[in-house]
Design a protein around this ligand. Structure first.
Ligand code: KIV
Ligand code: ZN
Length: 522
């Protein structure tokens, strides 16, 4: 008789733990796009944010709860009535909802962060869980920094929150400190020693500080965890969280070992990963497992020879299984609507007619400038067209002049949504610097440029360049990205996106009067 199979829930925290890491913040329309993609991917739970962090965070969680169907919609709260009530009001419209409360339990957090004794921690955790249960049937509790908490105390806390009504207990390796054998032992210990543990779902939440988040999550599953908390591309605090695509493909590829199911449609992994990378402006490293550009590329002669004989000589997963259907087919200006539509579909993107018409127009314009369009070009066009957040400023014209050994000059003509048109000229260290300075003078927004990167999105001498710009303004990091065959233009557009984000953020702040609470609270 075949062994009975169990299901592991995939709890995605891209919009909470992922989004709170520096440089990964998202605007509400972007969060909604990510949440819809996560629902299509088949995740079981979407942790949509931390509603008490700011009014904007509450609004985003509420928008996800209103508009995204399928997964359980969850919000994070500290163990206090105000935070918990904010989660409850934010997630209220969702069909399936969860309140996730957390409190640190390790000695180091108790002494230096919370200044609370053991008894006080237990009392606060129990009160938080009980109150959350009054508002919601599905309550998760996380003892933050569990992996560094004394075993006897962790046992006591977990037992107490189960008695108080927690339905899921999550064991976080908050600082990415544990190692697989030790972590598995911790799960086995809890399962053996905590009264009532069989009544609840055990969950695992790992950070990647020592590069072991995926391994630690998998070992916890072997030891009895039935929910994995993870993020797309592994984004998250510091070195990030457990990467969803890696942990899911490990379970699928080594199915005979794990004997566990997830509800993930793995063919959505690649497009979801690309979409998130585009939104947060963090390119995926070429050699990243599962979704990196080289993940399925075979360069050496011996490997290519083996692959030609049989693909499984060097390939343990099929690219199609993760939604990667790279093609050597090149499109050009004579390619029609059908060819483009097919390619977009094969790349895993779904566009409605209006979006497709916009992409087709841009495809034609690009094909006039660039002879051959590769998958990378098509992907960039689709992702760029999905950039829903358009700000008040747009670029009407850009003129630059540059001679070696001379100062470069740039003139920009900008239009504001309120009707103003401004032309500004500036000089600088090269045409990009001059154009960025001209935009700063024209808009009156003075920023500190932290990072500027250009990378090519496809092959060939006329390859398109994607510019990524990171700036600091009012102690916050903002980023922008843009793609063009001309890198001065893509840099200018990326910088203008940053200025637009700053204007939108300032407008939201003026409207709601709230700043995010310090990220250090989580
Ligand atoms: O890393 C952590 O401990 C967390 C908890 C809030 C679950 O993110
Ligand atoms: Zn975390």
């Amino acid at each position: 008789m075949p062994a009975q199979r169990d299901r592991v829930l995939i709890f995605d925290t891209t919009l909470r733990d992922g989004e709170q890491s520096p440089g990964c913040s998202m605007a509400q329309p972007e969060k909604l796009r990510v949440a819809r993609a996560l629902a299509d991917l088949g995740v079981d739970v979407i942790e949509a944010g931390f509603p008490a962090a700011s009014r904007g965070d509450w609004e985003s969680v509420n928008a996800v709860a209103r508009e995204v169907q399928g997964p359980i919609i969850c919000g994070l709260a500290r163990c206090n009535r105000d935070d918990i009530t904010r989660v409850q009001t934010a997630i209220a419209p969702a069909a399936n909802k969860r309140i996730h409360v957390f409190l640190a339990t390790s000695a180091i957090h108790r002494e230096f962060k919370l200044n609370m004794a053991r008894e006080e921690i237990i009392r606060t955790a129990v009160e938080g869980v009980k109150f959350a249960r009054e508002l919601c049937e599905d309550v998760e509790f996380s003892p933050e920094d569990a992996s560094r908490t004394e075993l006897d105390f962790l046992t006591e806390v977990v037992e107490a929150v189960i008695a108080a009504g927690a339905t899921t207990v999550n064991i976080p390796d908050t600082v990415g400190y544990t190692v697989p054998d030790e972590f598995a032992e911790l799960f086995r210990y809890l399962r053996k020693n905590v009264r009532g543990i069989d009544k609840i779902r055990l969950s695992v939440h790992c950070h990647d500080d020592l590069g072991m988040a995926v391994a630690n999550s998998l070992t916890a599953v072997v030891a009895g965890a039935r929910q994995i908390e993870c993020t797309i591309n592994g984004i998250g605090e510091r070195a990030g969280n457990c990467s969803l695509e890696e942990v899911v493909m490990a379970l699928k590829t080594r199915d005979a070992f794990f004997n566990l199911d997830t509800g993930i449609n793995t063919t959505r992994l690649y497009p979801t990963s690309r979409m998130l990378a585009n939104i947060v402006g963090t390119p995926i490293p070429r050699n990243k497992a599962i979704v990196g550009e080289n993940a399925f590329a075979h360069e050496s002669g011996i490997h290519q020879h083996g692959m030609l004989k049989h693909h499984s000589t060097y390939e343990i997963m099929r690219p199609q299984d993760v939604g990667l259907s790279r093609s050597s087919l090149v499109l050009g200006k004579h390619s029609g609507r059908h060819a483009l539509r097919d390619r977009i579909k094969e790349l895993g993107f779904e566009l409605d007619d209006v979006e497709f018409a916009r992409v087709f127009e841009e495809f034609k314009a690009l094909a006039d400038k660039k002879k051959e369009l590769y998958d990378g070009d098509i992907e960039a066009l689709v992702l760029q067209a999905e950039h829903s957040e358009s700000g008040p400023w747009s670029l009407l014209n850009l003129r630059t002049s540059f001679e070696s050994a001379k100062t470069a000059e740039a003139t920009v003509r900008l239009k504001h949504a309120d009707g103003r048109e401004i032309e500004m000229r500036s000089t600088g260290d090269g045409p990009v610097d001059a154009a960025l300075k001209a935009i700063e003078h024209a808009t009156g927004v003075d920023v500190v440029l932290r990072k500027f990167e250009v990378r090519s999105v496809s092959a060939g001498e006329d390859a398109q360049g994607e510019a990524l710009v990171y700036v600091e303004y009012n102690q916050r990091t903002y980023r922008g990205s843009s793609v063009s065959t001309n890198i001065v233009e893509s840099a200018t557009q990326a910088f203008l996106e940053v200025i637009n984000r700053i204007e939108l953020a300032s407008a939201t702040l003026a409207r709601t009067g709230t700043q995010r609470v310090a990220q250090a609270v989580v």
